[in-house]
Design a protein around this ligand. Structure first.
Ligand SMILES: Cc1cc2nc3c(=O)[nH]c(=O)nc-3n(C[C@H](O)[C@H](O)[C@H](O)COP(=O)(O)OP(=O)(O)OC[C@H]3O[C@@H](n4cnc5c(N)ncnc54)[C@H](O)[C@@H]3O)c2cc1C
Length: 178
């Protein structure tokens, strides 16, 4: 029997410790250093080191990107990368619980990666969405290929808690024999 060992250079272990961005940000760059670097026309960018990589510190926004970018990658000589070819993989990865869009044909319900609405919608967020619609932008699912419109964020969370590539994919596979 062959065994696969996951080795990461980082220090943050599997959940629950990896659930808070605060822990991981303390591993990244200090805010004061970021300001200094910006003045220097350099840009610092924190990096998650631990099982899950930067998904243990990121902002948890679930965004697939724009259809035209995928199609441009395919056209540049990368077979299989077009939007239409990639969409089934996005859907297969996802376990969506998004109140307005999860049955529109662009989301999956059975994958390992939980995608949810943020558990609350602030008054300012709601007002922003309404204002956008008043000036003519559609209310849309920004993960359905096009993003010219307004929408609430979809998040990589499960019941409000951070989902990482570690706890979505690796943690459940710990007891697999290979
Ligand atoms: C502050 C911040 C906010 C972000 N917000 C979002 C967001 O809201 N939505 C979004 O989609 N994306 C966001 N991103 C981007 C997203 O997190 C990254 O694109 C993604 O995590 C990259 O994944 P990766 O597996 O390619 O690399 P990484 O996540 O960087 O993982 C690399 C892993 O390899 C390990 N490693 C490195 N060298 C070695 C070595 N020599 N030996 C062993 N292990 C090693 C590292 O410790 C790390 O765990 C954000 C990123 C940051 C930093």
């Amino acid at each position: 029997m062959r065994r696969l060992r996951v080795v990461d250079i980082g220090v943050v272990p599997f959940p629950p410790a990896a659930h808070t961005a605060a822990i991981a940000y303390s591993i990244g760059e200090k805010a004061a250093d970021m300001v200094r670097d910006a003045a220097d026309r350099k840009c610092s960018w924190p990096h998650g080191r631990g099982v899950g990589g930067s998904s243990i510190i990121n902002s948890m926004i679930y965004t697939r990107g724009n259809r035209r970018d995928y199609d441009a990658w395919a056209a540049a000589g990368n077979p299989g990368w077009s939007w239409d070819e990639m969409l089934p993989y996005h859907i297969r990865a996802e376990r969506a619980n998004i109140r307005d869009f999860d049955r529109n044909g662009f989301h999956g319900q059975n994958g390992p990666l939980s995608v949810e609405d943020c558990p609350f919608r602030s008054k300012i967020a709601t007002t922003f969405i309404e204002s956008g619609q008043l000036v003519g932008y559609p209310y849309l699912d920004y993960n359905a290929g096009d993003q010219i419109g307004v929408s609430f964020l979809q998040a990589n969370t499960e019941q409000g808690r951070r989902v990482t590539s570690g706890n979505a994919y690796l943690y459940p596979a710990r007891k697999r024999p290979n």
